[in-house]
Design a binder for this molecule. Sequence first.
Ligand SMILES: *[C@@H]1O[C@H](CO)[C@@H](O)[C@H](O)[C@H]1NC(C)=O
Ligand SMILES: *[C@@H]1O[C@H](CO)[C@@H](O)[C@H](O)[C@H]1NC(C)=O
Ligand SMILES: *[C@@H]1O[C@H](CO)[C@@H](O)[C@H](O)[C@H]1NC(C)=O
Ligand SMILES: *[C@@H]1O[C@H](CO)[C@@H](O)[C@H](O)[C@H]1NC(C)=O
Ligand SMILES: *[C@@H]1O[C@H](CO)[C@@H](O)[C@H](O)[C@H]1NC(C)=O
Ligand SMILES: [Fe+2]
Length: 701
Amino acid sequence: MNQQITRMSPSVFVLILLCLMPIQSSSSSPTLTITPRILKKSGDTVLIEWSNVSSPSNLDWLGIYSPPDSSHDCFIGYKFLNTSPSWASGSGSISLPLTNHRSNYSFRIFRWTLSEVDLTRLDEDHNPLPGTAHLLSQSEPLGFAAGRGPEQVHLAFTDVESEMRVMFVAEDAEERYVRYGEEEEKMDEVALARVERYERDDMCDAPANTSVGWRDPGWVFDGVIKCLKKGVRYYYQVGSDSKGWGTTHSFVSRNEDSDETIAFLFGDMGTATPYSTFLRTQDESISTVKWILRDIEALGDKPAFISHVGDTSYARGYEWLWDQFFVQIEPVASKVAYHVCIGNHEYNWPLQPWRPDWAKTIYGTDGGGECGVPYSLKFHMPGNSSEPTRTHAPATRNLYYSFNNGVVHFVYISTETSFFPGSSQYNFIKNDLESVDRNKTPFVVVQGHRPMYTTSNDKKNARMREKMLEHLEPLFVKNQVTLALWGHVHRYERFCPLNNFTCGSMGFNGEKSEAFPIHVVIGMAGEDWQPIWAPRANHPNVPRFPQPQRSMYRGGEFGYTRLVATKEKLILSYVGNHDGEVHDRVEILASGQVLNNGGAGGSICSVTAGSGPSGAGFEVADSKFSWYVKGASLLILSAVMGYVLGYISRSRKVNSLRKTWTLANTEAVDTACGVLGLGDSVLLQFLHSFVLKCIRIPLPP
Ligand SMILES: *[C@@H]1O[C@H](CO)[C@@H](O)[C@H](O)[C@H]1NC(C)=O
Ligand SMILES: *[C@@H]1O[C@H](CO)[C@@H](O)[C@H](O)[C@H]1NC(C)=O
Ligand SMILES: *[C@@H]1O[C@H](CO)[C@@H](O)[C@H](O)[C@H]1NC(C)=O
Ligand SMILES: *[C@@H]1O[C@H](CO)[C@@H](O)[C@H](O)[C@H]1NC(C)=O
Ligand SMILES: *[C@@H]1O[C@H](CO)[C@@H](O)[C@H](O)[C@H]1NC(C)=O
Ligand SMILES: [Fe+2]
């Protein structure tokens, strides 16, 4: 940066002169090559090399396309060439691990100029999307080897204990199978998989139904292995003799007689991409999967499963991100059942059928026009709940269901469709909770996406919480739900046992007779935009966020929770991604008595000494400060083109720095969001006026 400044600042006049000259001055055209030309499977890396790019610019970029004939603006992602250390010499290389989207890839290099920065075409982070007016070079297509078998394998329980569902995606509808057995060398049992798919016109809105967002999703296969023994490891493979068999995986079958239950639970994880794209992606999801995989491997032959309580892929209408997500979770989802709740980012669209007046601002466009279709077809959860989409799109499934696992009864609900008395979901929850056999499963865990309790400053969902408190909390309290787990707020927060905002339960010594549900928000698995904690009511602008007494522990660290229960005791632990260690823990006895209601050390005192609610506030205050500083330094350096160029071409990096901050998400407008909005608009307005007033071409190096 400094180098550029000293190099360029004396050259303003040259710059102005240069802007009258054509962009591509040299006659030699750049080369763009890829090695290898065929990848074996998702995750394999391609090396993309270019040379002979004349007058290299900070804004030169590599577009990643699949299928290869996509129009210029329909890339799936991009990288600036300056991510290669040698870019300034006109040649360089970028390595990319790629996901198999069942069609070939191609790569293109474009020159983008500052005058072409279009401030009406921004990505989710408010970075301008790169322009495609000047194609410099285009690669040969890159393919994936045939015959390697399907990918994106993920498991789920069915309504029958002795079964396991195996789902995967393939490039055509030809018959595929699951073959399995107790020995890796003897997988001689076979189950035929059912197949389904969805089409572009099943999508309800943009971007899902546009040529930017839509891609062929392939064929979704769904096989059920039956008559499994209890608690036994099975090896399996999916595919067919004619189209090839995939990698061998294994799982340990369910065992309802087990006196132990192990689960990994979190919400709002998302997926990571090795390139920038239209949406913010979730780099932290890599760590979450990594630590859970560590835990699963450490379990040996003990069964376990995963619960992802909504906002799963965050694809939001960009179809290829679903492939990316399922490839990313395959290492865990092929070993243990992967269970989900529906979240706003799988579903919400303007014409969703249940959208009462009070919910008009709550149920927005967060699903990116998918209207629950990929979620409904790519997952297949127990039960047969469904709600019509009221379009010709398939009905929305996987809304509410339950199953026993060892000593715990798990219930999954939908906060995106009606849970009001009279609705089929309400009836399901009521009947289900009332019919739990507490001798068999002394613990009951209910999960949904939007929280009933949070102390984040998420004002937008206030009415939702009121309605949930009004209609659902009485059912939870009456039926002595042990734990209520929620996502949506991208933090960890554990409450005392609650009824109507009041800590109750059996008291720390078990002296009372009633056991109230403990609510825990577990939306910290990957997505990072987040409202601050609620400030003091009488000092809304002061960064002090008192932790109400009912909030026992707050954590801003990414991670997941681990549930381990025996007939006597359930333990829920919060594992942080930065170190893979436990940072909070609660133990609940079968009687409902809470043993260590305090923080990580088991101390009740951590109500106030907890993980520093003020931390978040100061981070936000810092971010505000740094945005002002950034705006000011831009003004100071406004004569230096290189700075602005550098800013745009590095904006992805700048934005990834933001990931260490705690930001408001767009659907929960609050103070922090206001801070961000201000920072962004100051910067963009500045950039805008700069671009309009001062159109110049960068100085060649
Ligand atoms: C780069 O361009 C020069 C001049 O046109 C040409 O001689 C050279 O072969 C090119 N190099 C490559 C790698 O294409
Ligand atoms: C995909 O790319 C491979 C390797 O370049 C090529 O052999 C194959 O014909 C391509 N397939 C299609 C459908 O274009
Ligand atoms: C996408 O869906 C919206 C809402 O139904 C519709 O207005 C729009 O025309 C559709 N776009 C495409 C490209 O089909
Ligand atoms: C599925 O739906 C039918 C009614 O259509 C109902 O009788 C049955 O109990 C449901 N199955 C489950 C597992 O919920
Ligand atoms: C909840 O508490 C508030 C305030 O203490 C009280 O006004 C309200 O009636 C209570 N609601 C229920 C359902 O008990
Ligand atoms: Fe979320």
